[in-house]
Design a protein around this ligand. Sequence first.
Ligand code: ADP
Length: 447
Amino acid sequence: MFQKILIANRGEIALRILRAAKELGIQTVAVHSTADANAMHVRLADESVCIGPPPSRDSYLNIHQIVAACEITGADAIHPGYGFLSENAKFADILAAHNITFIGPSGDHIRVMGDKIEAKRTAKRLGIPVVPGSEGGVTDEGEAKRIAADIGYPVIIKASAGGGGRGMKVARDETELSVALDTARTEAAAAFGDDAVYIEKYLEKPRHIEVQILGDGRGNAVHLGERDCSLQRRHQKVWEEATSPALNGEERSKIGDTCAKAVADLGYSGAGTIEFLYENGKFYFIEMNTRLQVEHPVTEAITGIDLVHEQIRVASGSGLSVTQDDIRFNGHAIECRINAEDARTFVPSPGTVTTFHTPGGLGVRVDSAVYSGYKIPPYYDSLIGKLIVHGRNRVECMMRLRRALDEFVVDGINTTLPLFRDLVGNPDIANGDYDIHWLEKYLAQKP
Ligand code: ADP
């Protein structure tokens, strides 16, 4: 097992990783920018190193400084969290060259899944159902039209190097297709420095359902069921739940087993998420995230398995602590992402949090690095905390969520808490009756 882990992240996820390391008796090193000198993850870590000025590119993305911090403190592994360097294959390669363990998959696995065309090809080869579309990249307009006619309109054009919901264009007929192809390629080249695009069938009313997997890197893997992340705004997840209100046990085992087998065949190591769109009882692969995800606590709530413990175990060579037969799905969990943003306009609202009072009680978990008097810096993502609620079933979970939201007090800044207080009383949400467009439509028509 490792002696000391460096956490190359900030905010709630840095704290989350720190907690897991402490439980395993591992020393922790926090790195931070000058803007985060008073952050909770810095206070709670055994050691800390300032790695640069506030902008992420000079601090949390500064590979040179992070490797230096590791060497100064003698840390033997790095946990990258999510975002920042977590899906940077070069970072994983550099650490390997320095004999520092990257707590995550190999650089090669990150690379395969980071390129969307390559990822889709790999998924298909491993028996994962994919969205009908082009076999690879598309450059020629005639070819694009042939493929679109074949799969049927509407179609979506996506950038191979895309991410964060950017670089996608929908076309409903041939005329729209030629315009969309041009804009998508120009935008992809400008945003990602790579103009490769591909075409797939545009699904009108899908849900976003993703499967959590863990691989031991030696050909064994398990799945921990799914999360339903259909409530999104601008392709960003807002509310996530496990299990999905749309799946039955049989569908869960079937898609879960398919995913576990695929990552086992790949020899994948660590935690990963295989994301699907789900429509009319069918799954369609969209991408794989080769890291821990923001919404991982809902899976932890229903399985009782600490995903960060498992990541650390696998990276250290201790293997997984569970087999598929050990994994049971117990009750229902919902996560609300609390952002420092206006709940109506979603304009960021950095500043000083004067009061921060979190809810508690049975089945309530709050993952946050905020405290009363903490000043939220304007330089980073606006996620300041996550409220995760568990109940024996979805009805109990919703009742508990409503009560927990009532108890939550954040003063001094705007947050998205009012949005959740509104959603928890909505009949569609109560019935689990929503797709990926539901929230945008709801927000657009709200008086
Ligand atoms: P990114 O990596 O940029 O997040 P994804 O491929 O994961 O891109 O897609 C992000 C979101 O875009 C999905 O959650 C879904 O809302 C929408 N989307 C992607 N592909 C399709 C499709 N074929 N049909 C309909 N919506 C899609």
